[in-house]
Design a protein around this ligand. Structure first.
Ligand code: ADP
Length: 162
């Protein structure tokens, strides 16, 4: 079995993330979407909420080789614990490159046998990220096409609470 980990904050999951999951699941036997508990990012949604939104989106994909998890600590340690062979990351524009390159090299230094695979989403998602979606939602702008209707509803509820 060739398993890969797709780590990220997913705050919340967007159609860009889903595009990457869809491409990755054709390459590996199983993809684990692993939500990171990164306190420095001060996420809007709790881990539980983020997992719920990913689960809902994945149900709509109707595939059986995508699982969801969360983790803390070093990514490569988690990858090893899961018996995975690869880390999947999305590359949108050159702006992603510097950071992703550093991360991939650091992870390779720590675990030479774990490969980082970069996948490019459809160009319609090149400028999409969770931060933009949250900003648009904060001001009541339309976010259809960027996130699932379930995520759009969750964002609306969250912004009302704020
Ligand atoms: P992180 O804090 O780990 O960057 P994100 O949820 O922002 O978490 O992103 C997780 C991964 O998904 C990253 O590899 C990122 O480049 C990728 N990603 C985010 N948005 C998109 C998108 N619109 N298209 C393709 N990949 C994306």
């Amino acid at each position: 079995m060739k398993n890969a980990i797709y780590p990220g904050t997913f705050d919340p999951i967007t159609n860009g993330h889903l595009d990457i999951i869809n491409r990755a699941r054709l390459l590996f036997d199983n993809i684990t979407v692993a939500v990171t508990n990164n306190p420095h990012k001060a996420p809007l949604f709790s881990i539980e909420d983020r997992i719920e939104m990913i689960a809902n989106a994945i149900t709509e994909l109707k595939c059986d080789n995508v699982t969801i998890d969360s983790f803390e600590g070093l990514l490569v340690d988690y990858v090893r614990r899961q018996g995975a062979i690869a880390i999947v990351r999305g590359l949108r524009a050159t702006s992603d490159f510097e950071f992703e390159f550093q991360m991939a090299l650091a992870n390779r230094k720590l675990a030479a046998d774990v490969v980082t695979v970069f996948l490019m989403p459809h160009e319609r998602y090149t400028y999409l990220n969770s931060t933009i979606v949250k900003e648009l939602s904060r001001y009541g702008a339309k976010i259809e096409g960027f996130v699932s209707s379930f995520v759009a509803r969750k964002l609306k509820e969250k912004m009302k609470q704020k």
